[in-house]
Design a binder for this molecule. Structure first.
Ligand code: GLV
Length: 379
């Protein structure tokens, strides 16, 4: 592909560059993928009010989130297996984010470890955790994040049990990836990936290595989740996390006003309105459709981040209009990474930034911190 003008172009390139099992892991959702499709459809359905004759000479997309300056209201979401999309993918993502002036979130289920990423960047990144049955291991992970000076902890709430991703099962996705009779032809057409990742030194869960002894090293993601994640997680456990992590705490996976109310009672710093990119409860509403009611409950008491289908700058503007302070990108990030490593992610972030600037200009908003429902038809 000669000219890349959109996240969709990066997705096309990603599909060509990484094996099918890896691409599908990012691209697809759970069960019938109803929620996955809703995320996009409901964003696209929101229409802007085109406004003219407004002075745009001072247009700015810079914002502040959790007291930190961001160059635009976009951060990189925690995504599992990132280092299988490109060799040392988490390092590439973190570097691109640092250069762009936005946060990078490292997933517990990453390929590069917390320490690998810490060694490759100068600014603090965010770390995401799940609550696991082995609380001692949780404590250890949070301690490692503290030592690495991570600036926020993101606790994922919506993955105590995993939604079935049918494509992953059919594709036989395993960690580390294996060359099999079934995928040999596919991998043969992706020599750059095979050289980079399959022959690279980091191919399994970097944060979990010490904890994975006895599993023989090779697991499917769903086996790992089923055996390790704590299904007894309740709101009370937030206190325990708080006692270990006095820094900024973000709860990810709020999709219901009732849960937003519960979250507020825990006194956290931010929530992420999210249905896990349509990868968990299929049949759940799109994130964008519930955002206004959640924003109403939160009523400015904490910061609201948003994810779920953000694939262009217009989507960022839509989410901001409906009450988010900023958006996280998961799929869009992985497409960009698979397409071109750090340069791909830089390009992806750049595309989103420019699209946001233009869309703001044409809706007549000059300061991204002042976006409100007035940019949308019907509010
Ligand atoms: C992990 O969070 C996943 O959605 O696969």
């Amino acid at each position: 592909m000669k000219t890349i003008t959109s996240i969709a172009d990066l997705r096309t390139l990603a599909r060509r560059r990484v094996p099918r099992a890896i691409f599908d892991y990012a691209d697809r959702g759970s069960y019938d993928e109803v929620t996955l499709r809703r995320n996009r459809a409901d964003l696209e359905a929101l229409q802007f009010r085109q406004r003219v004759m407004i002075d745009l000479s001072q247009l700015s997309v810079a914002t502040t989130v959790l007291g930190e300056p961001w160059s635009m209201p976009v951060a990189i979401a925690p995504t599992g297996l990132t280092g299988l999309f490109h060799r040392d993918g988490e390092i590439h993502g973190a570097r691109a984010a640092e250069k762009a002036g936005v946060p990078f979130t490292l997933s517990t289920m990453s390929i590069c470890s917390i320490e690998d990423v810490r060694g490759a960047v100068t600014k603090p990144f965010w770390f995401q955790v799940y609550l696991m049955r082995d609380r001692g291991f949780n404590q250890e992970l949070i301690e490692r994040a503290r030592v690495a000076q991570c600036s926020a902890l993101v606790l994922t709430l919506d993955l105590t049990v995993q939604g079935v991703r049918r494509r992953d099962i059919k594709n036989g996705l395993s960690i580390p990836p294996r060359l099999t009779l079934k995928n040999a032809l596919d991998i043969a057409t992706k020599p750059r990936w095979a050289l980079g990742v399959l022959l690279g030194k980091r191919r399994t869960f970097g944060n979990l290595e010490s904890h994975m002894k006895g599993t023989g090293g090779l697991v499917t993601l769903s086996q790992w989740i089923a055996s390790q994640f704590d299904v007894s997680l309740t709101w009370k456990d937030i206190e325990w996390i708080r006692s270990l992590w006095p820094g900024k705490l973000i709860l990810k996976g709020i999709l219901d006003a009732e849960d937003a109310r519960e979250a507020m009672a825990t006194g956290i710093d931010a929530i992420v309105v999210s249905n896990h990119g349509g990868r968990q409860l299929d049949g759940a509403p799109s994130s964008i459709s519930v955002l206004p009611e959640i924003a109403e409950v939160v009523a400015g008491r904490c910061e609201i981040l948003f994810d779920g289908g953000v694939q262009c700058g217009q989507d960022v503007l839509r989410a901001l209009a409906r009450g988010a302070r900023a958006c996280l990108i998961g799929k869009s990030f992985l497409y960009a990474l698979a397409a071109g490593g750090e340069a791909g992610v830089s390009l992806g972030l750049d595309i989103l930034r420019r699209e946001l600037q233009v869309s703001m200009g044409l809706t007549g908003v000059t300061d991204v911190r002042r976006v409100d429902r007035g940019v949308l038809r019907g509010g």
